[in-house]
Write a protein that binds this ligand. Structure first.
Ligand code: FES
Length: 123
């Protein structure tokens, strides 16, 4: 683990909690119990969590409180997960999200199917 954590501090004390294993884009990594997915990634040296769907600029940890959507990733196959507010669990599969995630892609496919059946394309 390329641990970027603060291990000692003159005032604060940090408990060493249980180690949890997970994968990020197929690479095995470890975090600690109580980590969010984003904090575990950051502790492993990952700072780019994805790319903006239009500009392709790098996105990463920004607000860290679930407000900005800068940290959206695919977690256990589910798109658009705010990794800064999702606790890490043993065996999680975390992937970089492309574009706007699978939900939109499924919706577009669904619309295409509905249109072919003659249904309205109002959503
Ligand atoms: S960093 Fe802003 S929502 Fe996660």
């Amino acid at each position: 683990m390329d641990d970027q954590r603060i291990e000692s501090h003159p005032i604060l004390q940090f408990e060493k909690s249980a180690v949890l294993s997970f994968t990020f884009d197929g690479q095995p990594m470890q975090g600690r119990e109580g980590d969010t997915v984003a904090s575990a990634l950051f502790a492993n040296g990952v700072q780019v969590f994805g790319r903006h769907f239009k500009t392709k600029r790098a996105r990463g940890f920004y607000c860290a409180i679930g407000n900005c959507s800068s940290c959206l990733m695919v977690v256990n196959g589910k798109s658009n997960v705010r990794t800064c507010t999702t606790y890490l669990e043993e065996g999680m599969v975390v992937e970089t999200q492309e574009d706007r995630g699978n939900l939109l892609r499924k919706r577009q496919v669904g619309q295409a199917l509905d249109v072919s059946k003659g249904a309205s394309d109002d959503v």
